[in-house]
Each structure stands twice: as C-alpha cells, then as structure tokens.
Ligand binder design. Sequence first.
Ligand SMILES: [Zn+2]
Length: 260
Amino acid sequence: MINSYFYRTVVIPNYTEENCKDDCQFKRVDEGYIILFEDRIRKAAEYIDSKISAGVLNIENSIKFLVLCHELGHWLTHWPLDSNGLRWDCRYYFNPDTNEADIITHEALAQLITYWCAEGHPLHEEILSEFLTPKNPTSAYNMYLALVGISKVDILERLKLLRANMGCNALLTDETAYNLLKTPSFMSEIQHWAKEHSIRKIDLNLDDLKVLEKSILNRFLIHRYGREIEYDYILCMLEKEGILDEHAKSILKFDKRFCI
Ligand SMILES: [Zn+2]
C-alpha cells in the first residue's frame, strides 16, 4: 500500500501576515502552488506495475492524473470564490488552537474530487481504490468513501456551508464539518434530532420541513454538528439569532418554555 500523496505531490500555500478578522489571529493563506515529484511517481508506478502488470508508462500517466486531480481538489475546495463570495483561505490546514494540521475534511474532499475525476476509467479507478486509498477507515485519505453516495451538487452546496462556518469564531471544527458533510439527508437528520435529542420526543413532518427556508435548516445543522446540543436548545439559539419566523416556529414546534 502506497498511501501518502505527500511523497508524490503537494500543494504549498503560503501563510500571509494578514489576520482573518480583527479579533482573530488566524492567518490567511494565498492560492499556493502544486508540485509533482516525477521520480517518486515513477517509483510508485514501478511498484504498482509489479502488482497489476498494466505497463509502467500507463500507470505513471494514471498516477500523474490522479495526484494532480487530488491537488486540484484542494485548490477547488479552498480557492475559487463561491456564490457567497467566499473562499476557504482562513486557517487552511494549520490549526493554531491545536498546533496540528486539520486534515480530515480537506483530504476527504480532495480524494472525493479525485474519485469524481476517475469515475468511468477502469485503470484510474483501480489505482485510486487499490493503491491510493488506505484500507484503514480512520485515515483521512480513506474517509472520502463515506461521501461518494452524496450527489456532487449537494457536496458543493455543503462546501459553501463549511466555508462560511469554519475558521475564526466559527462553530464547525475539522471533525464536525466532516460529519456534516457525510450526512445522508439534512431533512431526515433534523427529524431524527427532534425525536431522539429532545425530552419531548417530537415528530416532525418531512414534507413540512421541505418548505422551510434553506438558511434556517442550514443554521440548525451548524448548531447540531458544531455544538451537539439538544433539539429544543438549538431552536432557542435560532430564536435568539432572530431567524425563526412564526411559520418556521410552527413547523419546527418551537416552545419557548425550553429556553433559559
Ligand atoms: Zn491532500
């Protein structure tokens, strides 16, 4: 198993001196650049050819394609502006709170984008799944597998949500952002949380939830994953933030007696 992209390619962002916000010391990063290490790719190709005999040159070209897609996956997730006018240039990878790199969400997304690029090409698919994906499910490079069933549109929508809710003074961490990303259905998750994480054991109607404004649902999910607090208390937070209108309160069965 060859499981480290680091030895074949790398994205190098530069940390600037600019703070992300006035009250936040996290530094912004710039666009960065990508390096492919040709000698290491050749070595990996020779190793893989000894296992699957597909021709060193074919394998070398396939690895180059895949590792470039992986690094471009990092670029896509962090650099281009989204429709909210945001990019992910704050605390990219390095977490000054823990002094460690945040890699779960970033690597899972980069691997997922590589998977999208490889789809339908047998050699790319085989090399990605057999040689560039560690079998250990706790490896960040394996964790994209939990995301492949989620539509590309949903993943890109969720990326916008992460960009707006990670970094300075934000609720989501590397782990909780990944948990949000891999949620099969946001509506069902809210329904589940109301039933299982409220002393009232509330039954919410899925059809009613579908007409709720997306901004309210998204904000609910940020609290649910970021804080892991009880359903009723999340509604209190949303009420405090002033985003619940009367219609939303009735659909979500808000009851202010549960607010302190
Ligand atoms: Zn990576």
